[in-house]
Design a protein around this ligand. Structure first.
Ligand SMILES: *[C@@H]1O[C@H](CO)[C@@H](O)[C@H](O)[C@H]1NC(C)=O
Ligand SMILES: *[C@@H]1O[C@H](CO)[C@@H](O)[C@H](O)[C@H]1NC(C)=O
Length: 320
């Protein structure tokens, strides 16, 4: 087939076609996925927003996903409104221990904190809640302490976080990656145009670069109030040779000054993809996983579906 490239170029978001999500079976209706594969037996565990971090397991990334229960069934120790409705799990395997960072907040407020639960196996009822990692926010702060994402760079741990206000921040962590090291947080990415937030940061090292993935645009309430096309949730990326700053997009624009290159936007029957992460799968290599609204099903927050695609790193930039 001959493609009319000139015609494609004038359609925003259609500079190239995006892959459709891989098929999903079983429990596929979730928000803000966090993925991990258990070292002992290769089983996948997928954590998501809501309840006390509900999670599911499967032998394959395509399912069937079967619900396990909650990470901290009694709610977080963090004494804040929202401590039984935990958000945005970020999952890591460090020193034979599975870590799940989570956020405590309520929609539209800046009264937020990041917490940590750990387990040796990820089995139900094996989790210990450690409460706050010392990253929190309240009205008047430049940032909002939600959407945690830990990265290890040159032997040191950093916590990326934030949403709305001045978007994405970072703070150095202690040697175990369990607590803030106590220094102040600094900005990594900010979009000053419009009223759209950048949030849900996920940093991933590939080759010589650290890639800062984030979600940008309107995440929620899209069943009742839909923004102009292109202003809904989408996944963007910036990169830097350092994990701690200097992020630019594909065109060299500073990501602290509105820069960002799209990785996945609405296409076909996929609408408002976001809440993403990257997982280095032993079979597929690095995959991008996310939630999206399937326009054949519905646009409500409770309709968000799990999706993933293998990342193509051609030219040093991720695409799906
Ligand atoms: C910044 O916000 C504008 C206006 O909402 C949006 O069109 C653009 O895609 C955003 N860019 C990034 C990098 O988030
Ligand atoms: C990876 O992306 C490049 C550039 O867009 C494209 O030419 C190539 O066909 C892609 N590879 C695969 C396996 O899709």
């Amino acid at each position: 087939m001959l493609l009319n490239l000139a015609a494609l170029a004038i359609l925003p978001g259609l500079a190239y076609a995006y892959a459709n999500p891989e098929p999903c079976s079983g429990l596929c209706v979730i928000s803000d996925p966090g993925l991990m594969r258990r070292v002992s037996d290769g089983k996948y565990f997928r954590f998501s927003t809501g309840g006390e971090i509900t999670y599911a397991t499967s032998d394959s990334l395509n399912g069937p996903w079967v619900g396990v229960g909650s990470v901290v069934p009694a709610g977080s120790k963090i004494n804040l409104a929202g401590n039984t409705d935990l958000w945005a799990p970020d999952v890591h395997y460090i020193e034979q221990t599975y870590y799940v960072f989570y956020a405590v907040s309520t929609f539209g407020t800046q009264n937020s904190a990041i917490g940590l639960a750990t387990s040796p196996t990820m089995e139900l009822n094996t989790w210990t809640d450690h409460g706050s990692i010392g990253v929190s926010s309240h009205s008047g702060k430049l940032y909002n302490a939600i959407d945690p994402n830990l990265i290890k760079a040159d032997g040191a741990f950093y916590m990326n976080f934030g949403s709305f206000y001045d978007d994405i921040y970072q703070v150095p962590m202690n040697a175990a990656g369990t607590k803030s090291a106590g220094s102040s947080a600094y900005n990594l990415a900010f979009n000053s145009t419009g009223s759209q937030a950048e949030e849900g940061a996920y940093m991933y090292q590939h080759g010589n670069y650290y890639y800062l993935f984030f979600s940008s645009g309107t995440c929620c309430g899209l069943d009742t109030d839909r923004p102009a096309p292109g202003e809904e949730y989408k996944i963007m990326v910036c990169r830097s040779t350092k994990a701690t700053g200097g992020f630019v997009d594909k065109d060299g624009n500073d990501c602290q000054a509105n820069g960002g290159t799209p990785v996945l936007e609405s296409h076909d029957n996929v609408y408002a993809p976001g809440g993403q992460g990257v997982f280095d799968d032993p079979e597929y290599g690095p995959i991008l996983y996310y939630h999206y609204l399937n326009t054949d099903i519905g646009y409500a927050d409770g309709d968000k579906q799990f999706g993933w695609n293998v990342i193509n790193w051609s030219g040093g930039w991720p695409s799906v």
